[in-house]
Design a protein around this ligand. Structure first.
Ligand code: AMP
Length: 186
C-alpha cells in the first residue's frame, strides 16, 4: 500500500522476485485491458482517467480470477489491492477459500507533495493518462478517503509494516527486506 507515486509497482517487482511469486498489480491488469480494448478495459478506463476507483465488484472479480491461476498457488504479492474496506473483506474470503493467509502488509510512506514531481516525471516517461496534475490530486484525495483507513485495519491485525518510501530505490528495497525478515512466517 501507499499513496500514488510511493513506488509500489517498483518495489512490488523486487519483493515478488525475491520470494519467487507473482506480483499481481490491479492497475497493470486494468491498463493491459485498456490497451487490448476488452469490455473490462473500456469500463475501467472511464474511472482510471478520472482518478476514481473502479467499482469494487469489477475489481474483486478480476482479482479472484487472477489468484485462482496456477502460478499464484504457492503465494502472491498484491500491488494496489485491496484499496477499500469492501475489498479487504472480499480478499479475506478469497484467501480463506484458497487456504492462504496474509503474511504482511507493507505500506510505503511518503510526503504527498514530494511525490507529485515524481508522478509528473513518470507521465513524461510512461505516458500514463492519469498522471496529470489534476487527476493526481484526485487520486491522492481518494487514497486518503478510501485507502488510508485500511492501514489501521491491518495494524490491528498485527500485519502492518511501515517503510519510509522516500530516497533511492535500492535503499527502500533494503528497508522493506529488513522489515520483512522480522515478520514471523506462519
Ligand atoms: P495503480 O496503477 O495502482 O495506480 O492503479 C491505477 C488505477 O487503476 C487507479 O487509479 C484506479 O482507477 C484503478 N485501480 C487499481 N487498483 C484498484 C483497486 N484495487 N480498486 C479500484 N480501482 C483500482
Amino acid at each position: 500500500m501507499g499513496p500514488p507515486g510511493a513506488g509500489k509497482g517498483t518495489q512490488a517487482k523486487f519483493i515478488a522476485e525475491h520470494f519467487a511469486i507473482p506480483a499481481i498489480s490491479t492497475g497493470d491488469i486494468f491498463r493491459a485491458n485498456v490497451t487490448s480494448g476488452t469490455e473490462l478495459g473500456v469500463e475501467a478506463k472511464r474511472y482510471m482517467d478520472a482518478g476514481e476507483y473502479v467499482p469494487d465488484e469489477v475489481t474483486n472479480q478480476m482479482v479472484r480470477n487472477r489468484i485462482d491461476e496456477p502460478d499464484a498457488e504457492p503465494g502472491f504479492l498484491l500491488d494496489g489491492y485491496p484499496r477499500t474496506l469492501a475489498q479487504v473483506e472480499e480478499l479475506d474470503g478469497m484467501i480463506k477459500h484458497t487456504g492462504h493467509a496474509l503474511d504482511a502488509v507493507v505500506v510505503l510512506t511518503v510526503n504527498q507533495d514530494e511525490v507529485v514531481d515524481r508522478l509528473l516525471q513518470r507521465a513524461e516517461t510512461e505516458g500514463r493518462a492519469d498522471d496529470t496534475a489534476e487527476v493526481i490530486r484526485r487520486r491522492q484525495e481518494i487514497y486518503a478517503e478510501e485507502t488510508a483507513p485500511l492501514i489501521e485495519v491491518y495494524r490491528d491485525r498485527g500485519l502492518l509494516i511501515e517503510v519510509d518510501g522516500l530516497g533511492e530505490i535500492d535503499d527502500v528495497t533494503q528497508r522493506i527486506f529488513d522489515a520483512l525478515d522480522v515478520v514471523p512466517q506462519s
